[in-house]
Each structure stands twice: as structure tokens, then as C-alpha cells.
Design a protein around this ligand. Structure first.
Ligand code: PLP
Length: 348
């Protein structure tokens, strides 16, 4: 006997990357965190949080953060909805839009949480396979008829990105909502924010976890027409963003210069790391993110993953057929990357 719904019993739970305790002596390149600290202005805002702000419930609309984000992006605050990480906004989207007979569609492999959330909601899932080059399969995505279509752009774990014009074409061929998950856009050549302004069925998701070094704060947001955000608001937890995240996130997102400098440094490190990995005989897919999809020369990714762990280097291995021969490696500081390369050379 089970206490749970059959759909929950059947669910394969989302398995996050390993989080060793703070202070553990590992080079952590497995969850795409930013290797640099958050903006000094964000840390100053954190230090200024007072007891009263903690005693009281936070603003249910996260007004301080939304106004800061709106200014930074040059959109109206009514077009922004904040969440406890973009995962929270993904949950709101799936809960409010999908269900039995209302499919969730996405290209695969991609962010695994889309599948998990659809499973919880008992929504049919259509996974449209990417080819080896990770070019977006637009026609097949359009044909699948999603109530909700997700495109992580740039995609994880491939690191590749579709052009904005391709996404525009996809949006135009869908009856349902297109969610462009831009978790990694800070490291990319282009973003799709203009599509939200131009079309009524496009949502862009962003997070401060990667670009702003604030994965522990938990803050993400959607940019979408107010009519869409109104629907999401109906299933939102009342106080889904805490007072600390509202305040610190506002300071962080306003410090655009700092975020751009950090992203620039990571993009530069990414280029050097990709070159070195290729010199070691690895295949490396072109990346517009803060990580690289890497195939070790013999395709023995599970073994390399285990052996690197013995060297204290954590990278991500996904136990999925399409990814069996590859590893996802977060771009760290140049020092982190040197440790990885040194360990990898020995493993290979
Ligand atoms: C594509 C994608 N979307 C969303 C998220 C979730 O980010 P957040 O930390 O804002 O919940 C991740 C995190 O790994 C991701 O890779």
C-alpha cells in the first residue's frame, strides 16, 4: 500500500548534483555555480538587513527586486514575477498551465526538472530528441502541440544556443506558451527579451544563481505579459521570496557592471578550458554558458567521472542514454580549471 498518488509513486525524483559541506577540499565543477563571489553591493545589502525585516513577512510581490529588475531590463515592473529560484517559477508554470491532456513539450536532453514537474502534474510529456549537433528541432517541437513548450536557451547540458530568430519562428507556430529558460544567458551572445515584448505567448526566465553568484540566495524571475503573470500568481505561494532575497537580489541586479565583468572573465576562462580539453583529445561542444559538454576520448564518461572524484574534482555525469559518453564541466576559476586539467590528464 502507498500513501501517495500513483503518479508520485512512479516519479523518478530529480537528483541534484552533489553538494559537499562548506569547507570541503574539492574543486566543485558539477552544478554550474559561479566561482566568483556576489557583488560587493549585494553583500552590503545583506549586512544591512535588520531584525524588523526578518520579524515581518516579506512583500508578497517582491516589489523591491521587481523594480530593480525592471529598471535594469527596461521593462515595466508589472511584467516581472519573482520566484524562489527560477525552479519556483517553473513550478508555477507547470502547475497553472499543464495537466492531463495538456502536454509539456521540450527538446531533450535538457534541464531534467521539466520532466519531473510534468510528472507531478500528471501532464503528458513529449521529449523531442536533439541531434548530435544540438540544433533546435523546431518543426517537431511545433508539431507536438504543447500547452507549454520549454526551451532552455542556451541549453543545459549541451551549452549550445538557438538564434533568437529561430525562437521567434517557434513561438509563432505554437498555440500554447513558449518558455525560454535563460538561466545561462549572461554567458551567451544574445537574449530573447525582445520576443516577450513582441509576442503574447512568450515567457523568458532568468536566475541570479549563475550570473550573479547567488545560487544559495534562491532568486529567479519571469518576464512575461501581465496577463500571463496574473495566471501564474494564482498558484504562487504567498510569500515565495524572502525579505533577504528581495533586498539582496535588488542590489545585485542593479550592479550590472560587476555582473558583466564576472561573466566576461568566465567566458574567457571557458575559451581556454575548451582549448586545453581538446588538446587532451576530448570532444567539446561549442558553449554559450558557464559550462562545457565534454566527451572524453574513449567515451568512458562514467569511469572518468568516478576517477576525477577520487582526485577531489567534481563534475556532472547524467545517467541517461543520450549523455552516457559525456560529462558536464562547470567553468571554474583558472586555478580550478588547472586542477581539473591536471587530474584529467592523469585519468586519461
Ligand atoms: C536550464 C536551467 N533552468 C533553471 C535552473 C534553476 O535555477 P535556479 O537556481 O534559479 O532555480 C537551472 C539550474 O541548474 C538550469 O540549469
Amino acid at each position: 500500500m502507498s500513501f501517495f498518488r500513483p503518479a508520485v509513486d512512479a516519479l523518478r525524483p530529480y537528483v541534484p548534483g552533489r553538494q559537499p559541506p562548506p569547507g570541503a577540499r574539492v574543486v566543485k565543477l558539477n552544478t554550474n555555480e559561479n566561482p566568483y563571489p556576489p557583488s560587493p553591493r549585494a553583500l552590503a545589502a545583506l549586512a544591512a538587513v535588520d531584525a524588523d525585516e526578518l520579524r515581518r513577512y516579506p512583500d508578497p510581490s517582491s516589489r523591491e527586486f521587481r523594480e530593480a529588475a525592471a529598471e535594469t531590463l527596461d521593462v515595466d515592473p508589472a511584467w516581472i514575477l519573482a520566484g524562489n529560484g527560477s525552479d519556483d517559477v517553473l513550478t508555477m508554470l507547470v502547475r497553472s498551465i499543464t495537466g492531463p491532456g495538456r502536454p509539456v513539450v521540450y527538446p531533450a536532453p535538457t534541464y531534467v526538472l521539466y520532466r519531473t514537474l510534468a510528472g507531478i502534474q500528471e501532464a503528458p510529456v513529449v521529449e523531442v530528441p536533439f541531434a548530435d549537433d544540438f540544433v533546435l528541432p523546431v518543426a517537431a517541437l511545433a508539431e507536438a502541440g504543447g500547452a507549454l513548450t520549454f526551451v532552455a536557451n542556451p541549453n543545459s547540458p549541451s551549452g549550445t544556443a538557438a538564434q533568437t530568430s529561430t525562437l521567434a519562428g517557434l513561438a509563432d507556430s505554437l498555440d500554447g506558451l513558449l518558455v525560454i529558460d535563460e538561466a545561462y544567458v549572461a554567458f551567451a551572445e544574445a537574449d530573447a527579451l525582445d520576443l516577450v515584448r513582441q509576442r503574447s505567448n512568450v515567457v523568458v526566465l532568468r536566475t541570479l544563481s549563475k550570473s550573479h553568484g547567488l545560487a544559495g540566495l534562491r532568486l529567479g524571475y519571469a518576464v512575461a505579459p501581465p496577463a500571463v503573470l496574473e495566471g501564474l500568481g494564482k498558484v504562487k505561494d504567498s510569500y515565495n521570496v524572502g525579505a533577504v532575497a528581495d533586498r539582496v537580489g535588488a542590489a545585485a541586479i542593479r550592479d550590472t557592471g560587476y555582473a558583466q565583468r564576472v561573466a566576461g572573465r568566465i567566458v574567457e576562462s571557458r575559451r581556454r578550458l575548451a582549448e586545453r580539453l581538446q588538446e587532451l583529445g576530448c570532444r567539446v561542444w561549442p558553449s554559450q554558458t558557464n559550462f562545457l559538454l565534454v566527451r572524453p576520448p574513449a567515451g568512458d564518461a562514467a569511469r572518468v567521472h568516478r576517477r576525477l572524484e577520487a582526485f577531489g574534482v567534481l563534475v556532472r555525469y547524467f545517467d541517461e542514454p543520450a549523455l552516457a559518453e559525456t560529462l558536464r564541466v562547470t567553468v571554474g576559476t583558472d586555478e580550478d580549471n588547472a586542477v581539473l586539467l591536471d587530474a584529467l590528464q592523469q585519468v586519461l
